[in-house]
Design a protein around this ligand. Sequence first.
Ligand SMILES: [Zn+2]
Length: 228
Amino acid sequence: MTLSRQRKSDLKRRLAEGRDDSRYCAVIGCAQLTTASQGKGLNRLYCRSHEDHRERHGSYIKRSYTAGQLGPHRAEALRALHALSKDPLVKQARLGIETLYATAGAPVDAFRTRGLTPEERARVTWARLRQSGVDPLEPLAAWLAVVAVIKADPQPDGRSEFLIVQAGKLIHRLAGGTHKVWQRERPKGGVEVISLHRYPASRGRVLRHVGDNLAAVAEPLELMRFPR
Ligand SMILES: [Zn+2]
């Protein structure tokens, strides 16, 4: 038996074993069986839709924070970072973002990212920020905003995965999309304007890489006492 056939049969056996225990998803109020109990996965605690939810949002139950929820925290953090731009911690973090920008390579437009690995897509995100001239203090403010909004949430998901994914999503949003506009002549005369907009897909693993990159640079800022 080849290694891959061996692994397939192991997987089948594990799936079959999981099917016996008819367990329901651990999310309160969810009536779905776990993926293991459905014989469709290895997760013995959660159902498929809550697994997907975690993939997208970094949490089994919390939804992503909206731009409206994060906006005021972002603005406040950005003001504070500018006011403290001479502080060694801020300087160091700023240098960290500049390094991410500088080592990100060429920006690839959103029409051409197919086939890239999650790591490569994460680098493209940083390259896009650099190309758009995004102030390096902006991603740092984004991190502090996510930390603040989680802190202010009366029912937060306190796991670091949620923070990482939420920060990754915000950076992804800052990086924007690719927009192409061109004109073409109509067959019956005249000119029409065609526009195409594409945003890079915000896939789970890419968000986690981007969030991890940012965490490594921005976490020390949480030690600062920002003036109000
Ligand atoms: Zn569920």
